[in-house]
Design a protein. Sequence first.
Length: 259
Amino acid sequence: MTAPLTPPHQPPPNDPWSAPPPGGAVPPWAPRDDDDRDLPAEIRQAVLVAVGVAVSGLLLGLLWLWLAPRVPLVSNTEGVYLRDIEGEQAIGADGTFLLCGLALGAISGVVVFLLRKKGGIPLVIGLAAGGLLASVVAWRFGIWLGPGSDVVARAKEAGVGKAFDAPLKLNAKGALLAWPVAALAVHLAVTALFGPRDPEPMLGDAYPAYGKQGWPAPTGQNPPGPGQASAADRPQPWDPGAAGEAHGERGPGGRTPPG
């Protein structure tokens, strides 16, 4: 009588140290080096996006100049004063810049997604940098096109007791972040909803050798790996009753084991 043989250890199906399946298939958990991203090309596209978004800041400057309320000033023989002391025109100018920046930032996020759906970290960085530059360009462009900053000269031109518009100012500098924040938020949202997704690996794709070399289909147990015998080919422990039945002998007590 020989001792029963212990079946060899079978590694789990997701063991990274196990031998690769036959046929050259790569398991889905194995690291892949077939990344088709071209980093220099993505950097060039990110630079183009940043420049394009920054140039579009001119539109924000025009909208700010057109929609922002004017702050009226009046002069006398002693100096220049606010005509409406309790007016909120200065706050309205900051709010106009903020709202226009949010709207244009959201539009730029959608446009960048439509032009480059694959996305990428360089593209997102270019979008954020371009949005911030666009806000700065709009701020300086609106001030340049607006009323002159020399209040004393303009007061003399208007005359004593005559109202004139104050220079366009952005008191809340935090409004400069409206464009990049809106652009990144909208771009992230549309990418999560409509962006391309990688196909999930199927069992047939990871193990194309199934069914081609006589391997049984998986039924809850691990299939035999390369160099391992199947359950039917392994040596089985010796059974006296099964051996006597196979040779037509009677078992203990003179009885034939049931067939």
